[in-house]
Design a protein around this ligand. Sequence first.
Ligand code: CP
Length: 326
Amino acid sequence: MAGRNLLSLEGLSQEGILEVLDTAEIFAEVNTRAIRKVPTLKGKVVASLFFEESTRTRLSFETAAKRLSADVLSLAVASSSVKKGESLRDTIATIDALGIDAVVLRHAASGAPEQVSRFVPHVRVINAGDGQHQHPTQGLLDVFTIRRALAARAGTTGRESGAELFAGLRVLIVGDIRHSRVARSDVMAYTALGATVRVCAPGTLLPVDVATWPVEVVDDVDDALEWAQVVGVLRLQKERGTGSMVPSLAEFTLTHGLTWERFTRLAPQTLITHPGPMNRGVEIDSRVADVDTALMEQQVSNGVPIRMAVLYLALSGTSPEGSPVD
Ligand code: CP
């Protein structure tokens, strides 16, 4: 993806994904140093525009840009001229007039990052989550987290293992698939790397086009959990109307939640992910969220090197020396 926008994981090949993961391994090492900063993007300006709420993605993108020595323009949308009715196009044009090299954009409208990429074709656009469409850096950090966990068990490193550890890996994604941009990006990332993906949700929480996805849709959550080596639990997205699509939250927990009882029946090595924020006690039991095989903290930590890699590749590509760390 060197020198390009990151709007979606659609069309990103296995080679392209491995390029990001392997670059992120280099930046993960930088993040263990006493001084966690490299001059790689010195002089570049990254605009951070979050039109929808975020904790993890926003903070990790801004941390990533600063660790690469880029300058960060962070728009506080709630107190900006967006509240006076300024359009997305005019907002982007205004920020572009200040001189920017990249935009990290989160927006409730699916397709907003692609629109922005047409407004400012000379600026690199990174999708930080758009509506129900895509959350590409979440998909990348999820497979990075799983690769690191499996590599540690195998006594190797993520870079050495390439995509090997994903061949035939059994991944279950469970919960509110319909509204989830994370599910869409995760499915693309896992399948591109060679994993087998199943999805499980109440009928009302399956996307209408799920038959076109490269996944198997399964009904029995207990059978599916027994089959899985990785369980990706999704957040029930109450703000997108999910509450009206299940009889009650308690019933969703009963039929599709990763309860403590279901957790005790998983194979002991089964890895659990959740993109956050979690509804503890709804899609995941609070005790399950804190077990050693639940990788949520690692997912958050890994968001920084993944986003450093994405910003580096989008903005500078491969340096003449072939190393992102000057
Ligand atoms: N996973 C995720 O996108 O979290 P935030 O909404 O906190 O960024």
